[in-house]
Design a protein around this ligand. Structure first.
Ligand code: MN
Length: 703
């Protein structure tokens, strides 16, 4: 078990109480499973998963991650199944192994259009659990470290992929050490001659500069001691690929690269960072334009540090980075460091800091040109990534709205959604989500979907859920309406409602080719069957004949007059209190036993009826309907002989039928005339009212 000693020591160094048994078990299973395999250089295969596990232990990750790392190649390469792993290690380890295995199957093609897809997969894997990506990166790092044993062709392919995908992504994830090592290993593999040449030059330069580096370190240490500021100062050589890029970018030879060696000073507090900056600038003149304060303005990957360049001894430029220990940890380990700070109480693996970081990343993917250039592809132009309040990522098509988001979470959240907050601000339901938005849906238990939503939702899921709901809702309203109309009809004929549940009903249903009473009510509600037709089935034969035909016609005429929520064929009654006519603004009231009663929206009775809100229903006049309906008019005038005759003549000349007229005189010599008229529409009625009010002797006309 000596292979494991180094790994155990690393884990114990940051987690003294860690359960190492899980590590041992994972090691044994992996070793036995891989026993017949060898690495390209001839060593036992198990050394690879152990090396990957060690990299993750360097990142101070938990034992679950390290166990998963030991097992990461077993599914792909050996007879071990996910079920085996699950029974031995439980869900978490299994999830990680499964996710890493799947991610390994992603072909990271270097074609530009595939990059976006690759990155999307990485991002989604990461959003579920960042440890998946960390295992994947550690795996790739070890493969790159041992790449020289592969064929040249394979080396080039893997190095290219690493340089184009893994290096920029690790930079984006803020894992500084990964990025620099990836880049240098790729540089070495892809351009061995240039690499070797530069390595020698840098080694020589560093050797020449040793005295100088020591001098700076000594001087700064002394100054910090005098000022009573704790701090470690360390000279370091910039990574080779970084120097190479600089030479290419600025078209300069190595000799003119002045920041080959830089210094980093690590201290305890932010205050001391600025104190140290002050000391530096008092010792040597600063080079203008080179100071950068990434402490007050962190980089998007949350990197924080002060950068400055001074003209040091002999006028040569020296670069300094000043930061706290925390900042240094984040600079080197990025996302891994954020993940470690997860607050155990706030859900599985998601802490606020990490989620904020992920959001920034996602926002940047949507608009950062620099990053797009780095990965060379356009990134997912038709997709937005948004966050739930828990920090989970939801992937939605472009132009998705909070309603789409709500339905993507749960159908009931969609149905009851009344509003939404994006990054804490209330937005309209038709707001178009952008990547990085943190979306919170406001629901109300009594709320129901609106047909209007169909105008702006874009996801298939939201569309079908809303349509389904409307369909169900219309059906239940039709059932309610149909039942009321049917029961009313039965009462009118003195039929007991109990027959509706009797055996006879089965025959009746058959006669109407319906399979359930509910279906029959739906047909009544839609006006396809009249309640009278049903009642007749329960009555003696003779009643049936003539009136049935007549009734049918009447019903048919009435049916086309109004629509409820776009559904026509609705049976209705006109309210006797306000007699609406086509063109009037109207509303329906589902009565108990008399179907839907249509009132004018300005009917004074509505206020009383509206108490029972649930029974009010939107209705519209059918645009094509232009048929006679009853209207009532009250005319008030001087009680003079002939007023009724004149009134009647005027109405007749307007080709309006009078179906009822009643007049009486008041004590103060006024006549009150009540008229019932057959009216085609509101325009005709308004016209008539105008004419009547201009009549001689008429004081007032109202409906
Ligand atoms: Mn591997």
């Amino acid at each position: 078990m000596t292979t494991l000693k180094k790994l155990y020591d690393k884990i114990r160094s940051y987690a003294p109480d860690a359960d190492l048994e899980i590590i041992r078990k994972a090691y044994v299973l992996s070793r036995d499973a891989h026993c017949s395999q060898r690495r390209a250089e001839g060593s036992a295969y198990i050394l690879h998963p152990v090396a990957v596990a060690e990299i993750l232990a360097d990142l101070k990750l938990d034992t679950t991650t390290i166990a998963a790392a030991l097992l990461h190649d077993t599914i792909e390469d050996t007879g071990i199944t996910l079920d085996d792993i699950k029974s031995m290690f439980g869900k978490e380890v299994t999830f990680l192994v499964d996710a890493v295995t799947k991610l390994s199957k992603v072909e990271f093609k270097t074609k530009e259009d595939a990059q976006a897809e690759n990155f999307r997969k990485m991002l989604l894997a990461m959003s579920k659990d960042v440890r998946v990506i960390l295992i994947k990166f550690a795996d790739r790092l070890h493969n790159m470290r041992t790449i020289s044993h592969l064929s040249e062709q394979k080396q080039r392919r893997i190095a290219n992929e690493t340089l184009e995908i893994y290096a920029p992504l690790s930079n984006r994830l803020g894992i500084g050490f990964l990025r620099t090592e990836f880049e240098d290993l790729c540089f070495k593999t892809l351009m061995p001659d240039l690499y070797e040449d530069l390595r020698k030059k840098v080694a020589m330069h560093t050797k020449e500069q040793t005295k100088y580096i020591n001098e700076i370190e000594r001087l700064m240490t002394e100054k910090l001691d005098m000022a009573g500021i704790p701090g470690k100062i360390k000279g370091r050589v910039k990574h080779l690929y970084g120097i190479h890029q600089k030479m290419i970018r600025q078209k300069i030879p190595f000799e003119q690269v002045h920041d080959v060696i830089g210094f980093r000073i690590i201290t305890d507090t932010i205050g001391h960072c600025y104190d140290i900056l002050g000391i530096l600038h008092s010792l040597w003149p600063l080079v203008p334009g080179r100071f950068k304060d990434f402490i007050s303005l962190p980089k998007s990957n949350l990197y924080q540090s002060l950068h400055t360049t001074v003209a040091g001894p002999g006028g040569s430029r020296i670069e300094f980075q000043i930061r706290t220990e925390d900042m240094d940890e984040i600079a080197e380990e990025g996302i891994a460091a954020h993940w470690r700070y997860k607050d155990k109480s706030s859900g599985p693996g998601k802490n606020e800091r990490f989620v904020n970081w992920l959001r920034e990343l996602v926002k940047e993917i949507s608009d950062a040109k620099e990053f797009l250039e780095a990965v060379k592809g356009e990134v997912i132009p038709d997709t937005v990534y948004v966050f739930t309040p828990n920090g989970d990522i939801q992937e939605l098509p472009m132009n998705s709205t909070p309603v789409d988001f709500a339905y993507s979470i749960h159908t009931q959240i969609g149905h009851k959604c009344i509003g939404a907050k994006v990054d804490g601000r209330i937005v309209p339901l038709r707001y178009k989500l952008v990547s990085g938005d943190s979306v919170e849906i406001i629901t109300s238990p009594s709320h129901t979907p609106s047909k209007d939503w169909l105008k702006f939702v874009v996801t298939q899921r939201a569309k079908s859920r809303i349509k389904q709901w409307i369909k169900t809702e219309e059906r239940s309203k039709s059932i309610e309406l149909g039942q009321k109309l049917t029961e009313d009809e039965f009462r009118r004929h003195g039929l007991s409602l109990s027959v509706l549940k009797s055996d006879k009903m089965a025959e009746v249903l058959k006669a109407f080719t319906h399979s359930s009473l509910e279906d029959l009510y739906v047909s009544v509600g839609y006006g396809k069957i009249s309640p009278r037709q049903i009642a007749n089935k329960f009555m003696p034969e003779k009643v049936e004949d003539q009136p049935e035909v007549q009734k049918k016609q009447q019903t048919k005429e009435k049916q086309s007059v109004i629509t409820i929520k776009g559904v026509d064929n609705i049976l209705y009654h006109v309210a006797k209190c306000c007699f609406p006519v086509p063109g009037d603004k109207i509303i329906g009231f589902i009565t108990k036993g008399k179907g839907v009663t249509i009132h004018r929206k300005d009917c004074p009775n509505l206020e009383r009826l509206a108490i029972d809100n649930a029974r009010l229903i939107d209705v519209n006049w059918n645009q094509s309907a232009d048929i006679a309906s009853s209207a009532r008019l009250f005319v008030e005038g001087h009680d003079k002989p002939g007023i009724i005759a004149n009134l009647s003549a005027l109405i007749s000349s307007a080709e309006v039928n009078i179906t009822f007229i009643k007049a009486h005189s008041t004590n103060d010599k006024r006549a009150l005339i009540e008229l019932m008229l057959e009216i085609k529409n509101r325009a005709q009625l308004t016209n008539l009212v105008n004419k009547i009010s201009q009549m001689d002797g008429v004081l007032n006309v109202r409906r």
